[in-house]
Write a protein that binds this ligand. Structure first.
Ligand SMILES: [Zn+2]
Length: 91
């Protein structure tokens, strides 16, 4: 059985285990107790858990980039305003 679990999408912990109920398997983080979607097979549960992890990581990265872009745009317009103010003072 491969243990290629991706880290927890909620707390980044690597302490991941698989568990099962009577009919379903699931993947659970032992640090924050978050669990992935239940699935009939262990492979399916692992797949869903890894997808969840990747989706959350991607969303966080996009958010971070978006924020950075907005800060850079804001800096640019402040700089432009500064330039405009300086040139108008020369008149
Ligand atoms: Zn966790």
């Amino acid at each position: 059985m491969g243990s290629s679990f991706k880290h927890c999408p909620y707390c980044s912990s690597h302490l991941i285990r698989s568990g099962h109920t009577l009919f379903n398997y699931y993947i659970q983080c032992t640090s924050c107790q978050a669990s992935g979607p239940k699935n009939r097979s262990l492979e399916g549960a692992v797949l869903h858990w890894n997808e969840l992890s990747e989706t959350v990581i991607r969303a966080t990265q996009v958010q971070g980039n978006d924020l950075l872009t907005r800060i850079m745009k804001m800096e640019n317009s402040v700089h432009q305003l500064e330039v405009e103010l300086n040139t108008s003072q020369l008149d």
